[in-house]
Structure formats: structure tokens, C-alpha cells
Ligand binder design. Structure first.
Ligand code: PLP
Length: 425
């Protein structure tokens, strides 16, 4: 009887407001909020900074199918540097972890959310980076949000490169340490700020290892020398380096020979290491122990799902077995950079798979990116405020799974489109 009554009640609701249709605005406060939001959204559109999302109807990879569009689009804008996002062994590892350990933990780590695979992955990350211990987060954004507040007090100081990633900036905002911002990769300015910061108990220099807009690499040797001179610690964010920079893909610290001088590394599992999601901090054991006690995004957010852990764990296995994938990516990067330079384009950075094709004018970058897509090449134009005024560019990201033909087609399309729009003479 009661079942029938429930069904009747649900039917009546469905017939009225329309089950599954959005609830209409109610009350003055919500109407006021809607007006304010619409006007803010209009401002964003008006400023030309609206970010739209293209919908992909296939796996992440070098070749994509866009929803409602044709297949075979060559993708040059993912952080899938090593092509592991769709690697068969990575996918199999995820399925196995899902079957053995379930969909998720329904818990934070310290209540009942730690499985053997979490501990194994933390041990593997520490071994990969040759550090004492590691701690997992739901993302590197969380790792960056959690570390500064847990580590630094008002007695301490943090010195941050002005072009550091938004998550480092936000993480630093959350802490009560004294804040110094030095000019991008400017060692004179860093030294001046380190001198000023001598009055504090502890100094932490924080920098991206590789900067994602320009594809440039932090001068870690010089940073570490200054850190030694002024008794400071060094923190690096290795999201655009882990897995492929350095002779065995350990990152910027390996590339520049300072693995023993960088104290703390934060990085992501969501780019080269399988591309699923997740982040981590690796470094001295007491620091990791403290983060498990104090770091708020770790303490108050769900554990990483087993399938995600499975992906990252397999990605690390593949990288520790051989650096052939990273070498293949480096060769393709070299091919793209040199062919584009010969074609007459200016590419920022050096040897990094982030290849910013400099165009200057925002409209030119946007129109050219659109025309590249018409030719089956998916790239993205960046302009102010994401990059400085007058420095608009199309950012191309190379992956180990691009074929030489993919790279050559991209260069050909750039050359055609560049000539058409006057970017090349
Ligand atoms: N740090 C840098 C330098 C990044 O580029 C990103 C992602 O774009 C992050 C941190 C955040 O990483 P995640 O996607 O794991 O949150």
C-alpha cells in the first residue's frame, strides 16, 4: 500500500514541476544573486577571457574524436607527456585495482581510508625521487594548499617566484609566514630577498621546476647555491617535470644535478604519471609525518580511489624499468622545435615538451588556433591575462606517443596557417 502511495506522490510531483527539470528561482535573494552572476559572466565574456570547454568523445591520447565532430584530430594540448593516460598496462592496472580494492574508500586516510596500495605507492614515489618518504593527496593543488600552512609559522619566511603556479600562490596565502615574491628566475632579486629574510627563523624558497606557460626551467643550481649561502630550504613543484626531465626522468633536480640539495618536492599523478589524478609531497620523513598530522587537504578529504592509485603505480613501474618512453618524447620535442624554428617561428623555452609558439597578438593566436583545428590539429591559444599583454602564443605540448608524422603535420599546418594570417612572411 505505502509503495503505491509513494509512486502516486512522485507521479504527481513529476506532472507538476517536471521531475528532473531545474528548480525555478525562488525568493528575492536568489533572484538578486542570479542577476549579479549574469552580470559577472557578461563581464568575463566582454573581456574576451571566457574559457569554453571542448568535449572529447574518446580516450585521452595523440588522436582524439571530439563530440559531434570527426575523429582523427591530432591532439597537442594535453599534459600527457609520456602518453601513459591510455597505455594498456596502466589501464589494466586500474581495472585490477578497482576489482580487488573497490571503487573507493568512503573515508579519509586516518579513519579507515588507507589500503596497502596507498602505502605501496607512497613508498614507490619516495624511491623514485630518492627521498625518505612520501604522502598522497587528491591532487597536487591540494599538496600545495597543504604544505606551507603545516610547515611555516609567523616566525618563518617563504620566498616565491612571481610566476609560480596558482596553487603555490594559494597555498602560500593560507600560511602565516612572512611572504617575499622575487622576480621570475631573477637570482639577484632572490638574493636581495634572502638577505632581507635573514631575520626570520626559517627560509623556504618555493619555485616551479618547469614553468608551464613559457616551458622554461628554474635555475635550480643557482637557487640551491643561494639557499646554501643564506641557510634556506628549497621546495620545487615538479608537475611539468616528473617522469621525463633528467637522464632517468626524476625531474628538474636530476636534470640540473641538485637532487641532494632540494629538500621538498610536490608533484602530480595527473600529468605524465598516468594522467588520472592525485598529487604528493616527498621529502624528509619528519616532514611527511607532520603533514599526516597537520595538512588539512590530507586530513579532511577522501582517500585516492584504488583505480587511480593503480594507474600511477603502474606508470612509475614503467618509468623505473626503462627511460625509453622519456627519450622518445625528448626526440619528438627536438624534432618539433627545430622544424618550427626553421619554418620561421619563435619557440620559447629549451628542450621542454611545452613549446610556446610566440605570436604576440591575442586575436592572431585565437584565429590561428581555430584554423589549426580546421586542419585537424588541436592546439590552444593563450593571451592576457593568462600571459602578459603582447605575449600571446599558441602552446603546443609534445607527447611520446606522437608519431613523427603527427609532428610533421603539425609543423605543416602551422606554416600554412601562419602564412595565411601573416605570422610568417
Ligand atoms: N602545479 C603546477 C605547476 C601545475 O601545472 C598544476 C596543474 O595544472 C598543479 C600544480 C595542480 O596539479 P593537479 O592537477 O594535480 O591538482
Amino acid at each position: 500500500m505505502w509503495r503505491m502511495a509513494v509512486v502516486r506522490a512522485l507521479r504527481a510531483r513529476g506532472a507538476g514541476a517536471g521531475a528532473g527539470t531545474p528548480r525555478a528561482a525562488s525568493g528575492g535573494a536568489e533572484a538578486q544573486l542570479r542577476r549579479r552572476l549574469e552580470s559577472e559572466l557578461e563581464d568575463i565574456r566582454g573581456a574576451g577571457t571566457w574559457k569554453s570547454e571542448r568535449v572529447i568523445a574518446s580516450r585521452q591520447g595523440p588522436h582524439l574524436r571530439l563530440a559531434g565532430g570527426s575523429a582523427g584530430i591530432i591532439n597537442f594540448c594535453a599534459n600527457n607527456y609520456l602518453g601513459l593516460s591510455s597505455h594498456p598496462e596502466v589501464i589494466r592496472a586500474a581495472v585490477e585495482a578497482l576489482e580487488k580494492f573497490g571503487a573507493g574508500l568512503s573515508s579519509v586516510r586516518f579513519i579507515c581510508g588507507t589500503q596497502s596500495i596507498h602505502k605501496d605507492l607512497e613508498e614507490k614515489i619516495a624511491r623514485f625521487h630518492q627521498r625518505e618518504d612520501a604522502i598522497l593527496y587528491a591532487s597536487c593543488f591540494d599538496a600545495n594548499a597543504g604544505i606551507f600552512e603545516a610547515l611555516l609559522t609567523p616566525e618563518d619566511a617563504v620566498l616565491s617566484d612571481e610566476l609560480n603556479h596558482a596553487s603555490i600562490i594559494d597555498g602560500i596565502r593560507l600560511c602565516k609566514a612572512n611572504k617575499y615574491r622575487y622576480k621570475h628566475m631573477d637570482m639577484q632579486d632572490l638574493e636581495a630577498k634572502l638577505k632581507e629574510a635573514q631575520k626570520h627563523r626559517l627560509r623556504l624558497v618555493a619555485t616551479d621546476g618547469a614553468f608551464s606557460m613559457d616551458g622554461d626551467i628554474a635555475p635550480l643550481r643557482e637557487i640551491c647555491q643561494l639557499a646554501q649561502k643564506y641557510d634556506a630550504l628549497v621546495f620545487i613543484d615538479e608537475c611539468h617535470a616528473t617522469g621525463f626531465l633528467g637522464p632517468s626522468g626524476r625531474g628538474t633536480d636530476e636534470l640540473l644535478g641538485v637532487m641532494d640539495k632540494v629538500t621538498i618536492i610536490n608533484s602530480t599523478l595527473g600529468k605524465a604519471l598516468g594522467g588520472a589524478a592525485g598529487g604528493y609531497t616527498t621529502g624528509p620523513k619528519p616532514l611527511i609525518d607532520l603533514l599526516r598530522q597537520r595538512s588539512r587537504p590530507y586530513l579532511f578529504s577522501n582517500s585516492l580511489p584504488p583505480a587511480v592509485v593503480g594507474c600511477a603505480s603502474k606508470a612509475l613501474d614503467l618509468l623505473m624499468e626503462s627511460n625509453a618512453i622519456a627519450q622518445s618524447m625528448a626526440a619528438k620535442t627536438q624534432r618539433f622545435r627545430s622544424k618550427m624554428t626553421v619554418a620561421g617561428f619563435t619557440i620559447l623555452g629549451k628542450d621542454h615538451p611545452i613549446c610556446p609558439v610566440m605570436l604576440g597578438d591575442a586575436r592572431l593566436a585565437s584565429v590561428m588556433a581555430e584554423d589549426m583545428l580546421n586542419r585537424g590539429i588541436y592546439v590552444i591559444g593563450f593571451s592576457y591575462p593568462v600571459v602578459p599583454k603582447g605575449k600571446a602564443r599558441i602552446r603546443v605540448q609534445i607527447s611520446a606517443v606522437h608519431s613523427d608524422e603527427d609532428i610533421d603535420r603539425c609543423v605543416e599546418a602551422f606554416t600554412e596557417v601562419g602564412r595565411k594570417h601573416g605570422a610568417l612572411s
